[in-house]
Design a protein around this ligand. Structure first.
Ligand SMILES: Nc1ncnc2c1ncn2[C@@H]1O[C@H](COP(=O)(O)OP(=O)(O)OP(=O)(O)O)[C@@H](O)[C@H]1O
Length: 323
């Protein structure tokens, strides 16, 4: 894996150094942040909102013991059989994602990025190879088992939101928590916390069709995060948004990542990919490059909790290549 050093353009008026201001409801930013980034294992996954309220725990960060990677792919192969004959979408992919990493998978249209993401989230099955979650093989998972996994520990956001159109915003967000076994009170509390944090409290009673694309994607993000998933998979989450919506979604992804959320983002947009710790280039069904973007001090950025990065969420420019 290569390592790049990057400098971020500070937003106008930003303090010259320091960590981003913690949003409302956040745990004290960097309370357990370590200067040794390689040792700074991100947030232990907060419990799903099955207790009365998990708002206070949702942003905790603590040093978790080293263990197996959160996500591993070994030798993944997937061929689609469409009208035009077989399409070798994923041709043998090995991939490891550690807790707390923000990994972007980028590449041209048709490279196989979405197929890969679907394999990682159990939405499609590989023809060959294995996906491991927390070191455990998913080979024997039934569809129902994968569905439980996605409900409890893998959040997914898609380009076209996939909200339930005849449920209100509040119900869209609350439903997965209820399905995962949270009490009605805890589900409501978590829903309200997320909607408030994502600036959607005033839209709670609206129907998805009454919202802008950016707002709908924020609802989708809230829905994906309501059970505090170990892993967030995002498939072109800004693909149908204007530049304002895109900035907003990327800012939110960065914010949740800073609190320890592990994210795998698929995007064809290199600018979005540069918000990640690590950028995997995908071409013709294969990984062609895998680069870790370091912070200003050149230390590995992956795996660190809150406050690791000055100016996070803003545009980044890669300016120096290091071996
Ligand atoms: N269900 C399917 N049946 C047949 N072919 C498919 C299917 N899904 C994807 N493909 C094909 O597999 C290849 C990879 O598609 P995939 O959507 O994974 O690529 P991608 O990199 O995500 O592209 P994009 O950025 O345009 O979304 C493409 O050639 C696509 O047409």
């Amino acid at each position: 894996m290569r390592r790049l050093r990057r400098f971020r353009a500070a937003p106008p008026g930003a303090a010259p150094t320091g960590r981003p201001t913690a949003p409302a409801g956040a745990a004290p930013a960097g309370a357990s942040a370590s200067t040794d980034r390689s040792a700074a294992t991100p947030a232990a996954r907060p419990a799903a909102p099955s207790t009365e309220t998990s708002a206070a725990t949702s942003t905790e960060t603590s040093a978790a013991p080293a263990g197996p990677p959160l996500l591993e792919a070994r030798g993944l192969v997937r061929t689609h059989h469409g009208e035009g004959g077989p399409v070798h979408a994923v041709r043998g992919v090995d991939l490891t994602v550690r807790r707390g990493e923000f990994v972007a998978v980028t590449g041209p249209s048709g490279a196989g990025k979405s197929t890969l993401l679907h394999l990682l989230g159990g939405l499609q099955r590989p023809d060959e190879g294995t996906v491991l979650l927390d070191g455990a093989s998913t080979d024997g998972y039934t569809e129902a088992r994968w569905a439980v996994e996605r409900r409890r520990s893998i959040g997914i956001v898609f380009q076209f939101f996939n909200l339930v159109s005849n449920l209100s915003v509040a119900d869209n967000v609350e439903l997965p928590a209820l399905l995962a076994g949270a009490s009605a009170r805890a589900a409501r509390a978590e829903r309200d916390r997320l909607l408030t944090e994502l600036g959607l409290a005033a839209k709670a009673r609206s129907m998805p069709g009454e919202l802008s694309g950016g707002e709908q994607q924020r609802v989708a993000l809230a829905r994906a995060l309501v059970n505090h998933p170990r892993l967030l998979l995002a498939d072109e989450p800004a693909g149908s948004l204007d530049s304002k919506g895109t900035r907003e979604v990327m800012r939110l992804l960065s914010r949740f990542h800073q609190r320890g959320q592990t994210i795998v983002l698929v995007t064809h947009d290199a600018r979005l990919a540069s918000a990640a710790d690590r950028v995997i280039s995908f071409f013709d069904g294969r990984v062609t490059d895998d680069i870790t973007l370091g912070g200003d001090d050149g230390a590995p950025a992956a795996g660190g909790p809150a406050g690791r990065r000055a100016g996070a969420g803003g545009p980044a420019r890669v300016v120096e290549l290091r071996d």
